[in-house]
Design a protein. Structure first.
Length: 208
């Protein structure tokens, strides 16, 4: 089954799930903060599914995210959630349960974007699988290469995206604070970073 076929089935699945629970569009709108018109368009297939729409719906229904996009066979531990395009990026959910720690594999295309740092509650980890990822965090502007990771409090204004050199594939984890990954990140414009460690577990790294 193609990605388009999977995404085309999301709307009818959302409508069926809502009706099975006896929830009206108005009630779901009140719970999720998503307008009735947007929910209706999503269920009818006129609105493309996105993480910012599916996550609050999954929480409202108390259902795993992959149940909204096509669940694996019962008892199968493998996650087969369909990719979701959001803001030009492609996200593959790697976790099932809404709430708690969320993990995504993300593909950022090559493009030139002006950083737009924003802050919110939470904590986030990034791990680069391939390519190079630019991270703007507070006063720091760093580039993470393949095999490097970063962790940060999202209350600090932050932005991450393409360096303009090529596509980058990375893992993004966010949620309750847990075990941290410490790495060495190289500043893109010079300057020094604090004490860090390589992701490979080589021990304390030198200041970059």
């Amino acid at each position: 089954m193609s990605t388009d076929d999977v995404l085309a089935g999301v709307g009818p699945r959302l409508r069926r799930m809502r009706k099975e629970r006896g929830v009206t569009l108005a009630a779901l709108s009140e719970t999720t903060g998503i307008s009735v018109s947007t929910l209706s368009r999503l269920e009818s297939g006129l609105r493309k599914p996105s993480l910012e729409l599916l996550l609050p719906i999954a929480r409202a229904h108390r259902a795993p995210l992959d149940e909204l996009v096509g669940a694996p066979a019962a008892g199968d531990p493998r996650v087969r959630a369909a990719p979701i395009v959001r803001g030009g990026r492609t996200h593959w959910p790697l976790t099932r349960q809404p709430g708690g720690l969320q993990a995504f594999k993300v593909l950022e295309p090559r493009r030139s974007l002006a950083p737009d740092p924003r802050a919110h509650e939470g904590y986030e980890w990034l791990y680069v699988l391939s390519g190079r990822l630019r991270l703007v965090l507070g006063e720091h502007d760093v580039v993470l290469a393949a095999g490097e990771a970063a962790e940060f409090d999202t209350r600090v204004p932050h932005w991450f995206g393409s360096t303009g050199e090529g596509p980058v594939e990375f893992l993004s984890l966010y949620g309750p604070q847990g075990e941290r990954m410490h790495v060495r990140a190289r500043p893109a414009r010079g300057g020094r970073e604090g004490r860090a460690e390589r992701a490979e577990g080589e021990g304390a790294g030198e200041d970059a």
